[in-house]
Ligand binder design. Structure first.
Ligand SMILES: Cc1cc2nc3c(=O)[nH]c(=O)nc-3n(C[C@H](O)[C@H](O)[C@H](O)COP(=O)(O)O)c2cc1C
Length: 184
């Protein structure tokens, strides 16, 4: 009988859902830097998943999910061993769609390594805001997190060239993820 070993899965969560967003282009570029033999990447696009805003009768920490949308999202997140959150800074915070996704579940996030890749036009203050939430969920945030500065001219098409200087940092995040997965 052959024994199959589980290859870890890193969920790359796209945490913006505006129609005109650049988030999907940023995530696609980040995936190119994060790809490693130790794990598979799974893109989790919150715009496509389109979760309702907290419509469960019980609080998520109880884990008694009744809505099919919550159950489906819980099974995606439970199937991941770690995460990279790719999201823009909105008014020094994180997008509501990302907070809603995080709040929708509880134990499925716990004890898992997570890195953040935040983009914006100014200094990345949203790093502070998301740290508290991830700690509250009992996640293990990486030491290597990335703040990407947009240029006034950045579009979806220019993301790969504009962000090229950050590539080594995103690759280092992938390296740390692989290490954390090995030792967990
Ligand atoms: C509601 C809103 C608030 C924003 N607030 C900030 C901010 O506080 N700091 C910043 O650097 N950029 C801010 N921006 C600029 C975004 O980071 C930039 O537009 C980015 O492309 C948005 O990501 P998205 O296209 O994936 O939605 C804001 C954009 C929006 C839509």
């Amino acid at each position: 009988m052959t024994q199959t070993t589980h290859k870890p899965v890193i969920g790359v969560i796209i945490g913006s859902n505006r129609t005109a967003r650049i988030g999907a282009a940023v995530a696609a570029w980040a995936e190119g830097q994060l790809r490693r033999p130790e794990y598979d990447l799974q893109r989790i696009d919150l715009a496509t998943i389109a979760l309702p805003f907290l419509d469960e009768p019980e609080i998520p920490a109880h884990g008694h999910y009744q809505q099919p949308s919550t159950q489906a999202f819980a099974s995606i997140i439970a199937g991941c061993d770690g995460f990279v959150l790719v999201f823009p800074q909105y008014n020094w915070g994180y997008p509501a769609v990302l907070k809603n996704a995080l709040d929708t579940l509880y134990q499925e996030w716990q004890d898992k390594p997570v890195g953040t890749l935040i983009y914006g036009h100014h200094d990345i203050q949203a790093d502070l805001a998301i740290r508290l939430v991830l700690a509250g969920l009992g996640m293990r945030q990486l030491a290597t997190n990335v703040g990407l500065k947009l240029r006034p001219t950045t579009t979806r098409a220019t993301v790969p060239t504009d962000f090229r200087p950050y590539a080594p940092l995103v690759q280092a995040m992938g390296q740390e993820l692989a290490l954390r997965l090995k030792h967990q």
